[in-house]
Write a protein that binds this ligand. Sequence first.
Ligand code: C2O
Ligand code: CU
Ligand code: CU
Length: 501
Amino acid sequence: MMPSVFTSCMGGMQGGGESVEVISPGSFINALKLPGEISSTSFDIAAKTGSVSLGEGANTQVYTTNGMFLSPTIRAQRGDHLSIKFANDMDQESILHWHGMSVPPDMDGHPRDAVEPGQAYNYNFSINQRAGTYWYHPHPDGFTGPQVYKGVAGFFIVEDEEEKALNLPSGNYEIPLVIQDKKISADGKLLYDTGGMMQQMMGFFGDRIFVNGTPAPYKQVESRWYRLRLLNGSNARIYNLAFSDDAAFYIIGSDGGLLEKPAQVTEVLLAPGERADVLVDFSRFSQGDTLRLRSTGVDNTGSGGMMNGNDGGGMMGNDRMMKDRDGGMQGMMGSGSNSQSQSFDIMEFRITNGPGDSFTLPSQHSTLDFPKAEEVTNRRTINLTMEMMQGMALDGQFFGMNRVDQQVKQGAVEEWTFVNQTPMPHPMHIHAGQFKVVKRSGGTGRGLIPTETGWKDTVLVKPEEQVTVRMRFNAEMGVYVYHCHNLEHEDNGMMANMKII
Ligand code: C2O
Ligand code: CU
Ligand code: CU
């Protein structure tokens, strides 16, 4: 049984479905848009159905936030108390989630708190955590993918004294970059097609890369140090970010703020939901030079065959899945590679003269107070599973709004091991705090990468990998979710509830 779906899956993997339109070096022609900033402690976030032109061509339907296609950056200080009114004027139920923040359960954007179009939700919470590059996006059950894709996603930057003391590049020299792939029709319409088996399995892939909502973007920079806050805000695509000259840059922070010290790298792997805070020294360039940020190939294969240890699951249809199930999960599983092997440029930096700077890279940023192995009181295994004909699940089950899947004692330190039993990569995200990545085994034996030496809230688990994270659950008691941050997987039910008791 490998007829139609098999062929379309294979076609997708080898060509159109995943590949990106290549932009030649001279064709980055749109000035990079920068999101507006909100720095007050009391404000509204209004998400609305709207219409904009995405570069070329006619207007297309999107969701705007406070009237803009690009959601504004929230910039807050540690210790601030925020009150935020979220007004949902989209055409679907919604709720906002502050990704990476530790806030009470009813402030976290659990899908059960989603409000109908025309309604609002009020948030009140204090910021009790490290400076870092967090973000926010909608989190309703089943519609997170389309709402993020159509434009509702923004940075949530937290600052604190420790970070300020480092005098990192700021103001014009600190640039947030949210990287997203989108599909645009010939007549300028934003397309989001998730009806096929292919999209159900792999998640949605677009063929154009947008940075801050800008297609084919360029940014003028001076020949000096810059801080780039990188966010993979794509639904499913993983990037392996590097510069066109392969030069070194420095990772200074990950999901939960600063690393202990800068890590020199030439590439950084970033899965959906993950952030990397990096410093780049453009002073090696002079006026008129250009440099491109690119993604080099991402290997999403396991160590050997794509099929291993799958529990099969039942054959009953998952009512979350779209109607297209004419045959071919077999094809997908036997089909070999789902690697995103293509390399492509994302944006261009154009170097101009400037006054220069006297910045020197700090030798130490911070000390990270991770929970210790001796403190671990419980270990759990979370299996990432694929249910025949139904899609991706956690421990063989799809999300149940009112089912509690894990109960955790408040204050406990636990180790959770994500075991990937599917042929797909899954960026696994736990709400209500930050964790330490303890260990990655299996797969290609790649071990931990520099961003994974810092605090994390999302960790990539490739096929055949097992990844163990250690977390202290000191958020307020109540129910939070953990899920795959491939948004089509999440919407299709690869999400579960944990209750802190
Ligand atoms: Cu960024 Cu539960 O999500
Ligand atoms: Cu989150
Ligand atoms: Cu997934």
